[in-house]
Design a protein around this ligand. Structure first.
Ligand code: SF4
Ligand SMILES: [Zn+2]
Length: 343
């Protein structure tokens, strides 16, 4: 077993975990809420270190990261476990798994796999990277030494201590909101009592210079309030900046929420309009293959700059400096050799 990072010992053989905002106090012999961190005789261990239930290459667009190294491949790494219990989780087989399953893959082996499959970076994804923090941290350090970038796909429920620790190695993060960020939605459908830690984490990531993209899963009827969408967009504009990409994701029935239909496209389009009116420059629709809302349009002149289909970038029309070729507006996209003009 691998000793955990970011915890403190207490006199009574209990431990306090400082990784995520649940800040569990764990009795001797017991597990934290995420089910993958165990107190053994007053020492906290991670049960998932080196046990990857996913290690496969993905297009970076799948995360989604659409303004960071478009066209590149990332090695997607996950273990079992999660600190949320979303009733609509599409990865519930791994995130809510109680048994520790996975292939024994050392951090070095993950890096080897990344190079063998042509990846430019590592993405910690599918389940919640916060709960396999030690594994992610060790992989991320080697990745940087070898010239690979690192990205988290996270619910954002990390502590400031966790962000400070991973920040030197974390290049980009996709932070996932659910139900337009409505606090009651989080309580009822994710078993999360406060959304404030997510906002604090985002501000800390921004201050640390990490590239941030946000998603918001718009859930049919129960998580699609238009005023909530406006409030969320206004907060993003004020705290993270108007150029922060926001991906509005279509909900599909999954897990315990199979009774609801997929989000109507009209609802997504209305949320997108409200977010744009609130000042956001790059609002996208996700999980709607073929929709124009997946493309990047110049915020100044309206020129079509990047086209996407599903999780693939199909054409890029930017100058070498990353500007709009029609009006020369700088477009806030971190380019790389993979993303040179593909027209
Ligand atoms: S990472 Fe797990 S053990 Fe630690 S506070 Fe979060 S849920 Fe609790
Ligand atoms: Zn333009």
């Amino acid at each position: 077993m691998h000793e955990a990072m970011l915890y403190s010992k207490r006199d009574d053989n209990k431990v306090s975990c400082h990784l995520c905002a649940r800040r569990c106090t764990i009795n001797e012999g017991k597990l934290g809420y995420c089910q993958v961190r165990k107190n053994t005789q007053g020492t906290l261990h991670t049960l998932v270190y080196g046990k990857a239930c996913s290690a496969n290459p993905d297009p970076i667009e799948k995360k989604p990261l659409w303004h960071f190294r478009p066209g590149s491949l990332v090695m997607s790494v996950a273990t079992v476990g999660c600190n949320f219990r979303c009733q609509f989780c599409q990865n519930w087989q791994i995130s809510h798994e109680r048994e520790i399953v996975g292939r024994a893959l050392s951090p070095e082996k993950i890096i080897d796999l990344a190079f063998q499959t042509g990846c430019s970076g590592i993405s910690y994804t599918y389940s919640e990277p916060t709960i396999f923090f030690e594994y992610a941290y060790d992989i991320a350090k080697i990745a940087h030494e070898k010239g690979l970038f690192n990205t988290f796909v996270t619910n954002g429920y990390l502590t400031p201590e966790a962000i400070e620790t991973i920040a030197p190695y974390l290049d980009a993060a996709t932070v996932d909101f659910k139900g337009n960020g409505n606090p009651s939605f989080y309580k009822k459908y994710c078993n999360v009592s406060s959304v404030n830690p997510i906002y604090d984490a985002l501000k800390a990531m921004k201050a640390a210079g990490i590239h941030i993209e946000l998603t918001n899963l718009v859930v049919t009827d129960v998580g699609d309030d238009i005023q909530d969408a406006k409030n969320l967009a206004q907060w993003i504009v004020t705290e993270l900046g108007e150029e922060t990409p926001l991906h509005l994701l279509r909900f599909y029935p999954h897990h315990k929420m199979r009774n609801l239909p997929p989000t109507p496209i009209k609802t997504l389009e209305e949320s997108a309009s409200a977010s744009t009116r609130a000042g956001l420059k790059y609002v996208y629709l996700g999980n709607v293959p073929g929709h124009q809302g997946a493309n990047t349009i110049c915020a100044n002149c309206g020129a079509l700059l990047i086209e996407r289909l599903g999780v693939h970038t199909t054409s890029v029309r930017l100058t070498r400096q990353g500007h709009c070729p029609s009006c020369n507006l700088p477009i806030p996209i971190v380019l790389s050799k993979e993303s040179s003009n593909s027209d």
